[in-house]
Design a protein around this ligand. Structure first.
Ligand code: SF4
Length: 381
């Protein structure tokens, strides 16, 4: 057994084994057992060792609380087990075809940790969802749809699939002529970095162009082991990106986010998205206001390199796809000029381009200002 497999097999999966339980009363434990029946627990022993104390950001991401069942009592019924309507966009099981030229293919539904805020809480760790047959149908679907040029392998975590099987899946996908780009969506490098082995790297590097979309939420996740794993991936030429979920009490402030983005850049990982938390049943206690996310972007802009400023997005409820939100830096927009402010709040005027009539030299604005200021501006914070 490899080291990562041992760490995984030593996972905490029972309420009795949770690190630093907040409340050890039998009544509270019984509540958590009810939670765990609906949403399983997994904390691999590497990640378990990164938890320093109860309620710290690592603890909050993986230790269940009784609040997870509170949403079921909500009368508003705003929260859903499948808030992005992924199941509605599945032409075959476990393959989401939402955008014209790309698909998401779930190749397993197990993860190195089970995140309490996960959008796919309905599937993660539950046996029998992804099978050899669903995988076969997914690959067949891609083969029969020449408009698909990009596939993201997801789950669960694709990197928990054994080397040989992953090699087979990537090989099959690479044999499809119209498939240009392969992507792997994974939280493994930050939560079980020992999984990034020489053997895995020797498999992955056969399948370029191959991208990694990773997931990091807090700077404490970036340990020497994680740095080593990301360096190994970068050294075999895999472009590395990271997405972050904005989580109440975990990373909902600019200081934490700034530190995270800088640490990611140092590991050659490009911050890609900060997600506003989805409307997922059992996760409402993690949601923040949208303004919080906008303020974080405002605080990052100008204060760190643009490379380190991710897009802030809402994945629209019901399956409308991602929408990027920006803090409003446009004060006024008309035919003649834009009045904008910079990251320090200083105001600048940017004149619109003008066209000269070659006959008489008369100037007319290029912009007809058919869009309203609101089309140029985004949200005010
Ligand atoms: S690793 Fe990703 S897919 Fe797995 S539980 Fe966490 S957020 Fe969900």
């Amino acid at each position: 057994m490899e080291q990562w497999q041992k760490l995984l097999s030593n996972s905490v999966v029972k309420v009795e084994d949770l690190p630093f339980p907040l409340d050890t009363s039998e009544e509270y434990k019984e509540k958590l057992r009810k939670v765990a029946k609906v949403f399983p627990i997994r904390i691999n022993s590497y990640f378990r060792d990164q938890i320093r104390e109860q309620n710290d950001p690592m603890w909050k991401q993986v230790v269940p609380t009784s609040e997870e069942l509170d949403d079921f009592l909500s009368e508003e019924e705003l929260l859903e087990s499948d808030p992005l309507n992924e199941e509605g966009d599945m032409p075959v099981p476990e393959l989401v075809h939402r955008y014209p030229d790309r698909v998401l293919l779930m190749i397993n539904n197990h993860c190195p940790i089970i995140c309490r805020f996960c959008t796919r809480k309905r599937k993660i760790g539950i046996p029998g969802i992804v099978t050899r047959e669903t995988l076969r149908q997914g690959i067949e679907y891609i083969r029969n749809h020449p408009e698909i040029r990009d596939v993201i392998l997801s789950g669960g975590d694709p990197l928990l699939v054994p080397d040989k099987e992953l090699d087979r899946i990537l090989g099959e996908l690479r044999s499809i002529p119209h498939l240009e780009i392969l992507r792997i969506g994974t939280r493994v490098p930050g939560t079980l970095p020992q999984r990034i082995t020489e053997n895995l790297c020797s498999i992955l590097k056969k399948y370029h162009p191959l991208y990694f979309n990773m997931h990091f939420n807090h700077p404490a996740e970036i340990t020497p082991e994680v740095e080593k794993a990301c360096n190994m991936l970068a050294d075999i030429g895999i472009p590395l990106g990271s997405q972050t979920v904005l989580l109440e009490g975990v990373n909902d402030n600019s200081v934490v986010m700034r530190e995270l983005m800088l640490k990611l850049l140092k590991m050659r990982v490009k911050p890609y998205y900060i997600y506003q938390a989805d409307m997922t049943l059992g996760t409402d206690h993690f949601r923040t206001s949208v303004e919080k996310g906008l303020n974080i972007i405002k605080d990052l802009q100008g204060h760190i390199s643009g490379m380190g400023v991710p897009y802030f997005v809402i994945d629209t409820p019901g399956g409308g796809g991602k929408v990027r939100l920006l803090p409003n830096m446009v004060l006024e927009h008309n035919e003649k000029e834009l009045i904008i402010k910079n990251y320090e709040g200083k105001v600048f005027r940017y004149p619109q381009a003008v066209k000269k009539d070659p006959e008489n030299g008369a100037e007319s604005p290029v912009s007809k200002q058919t869009e309203s200021a609101a089309d140029v501006c985004q949200l005010s914070v």
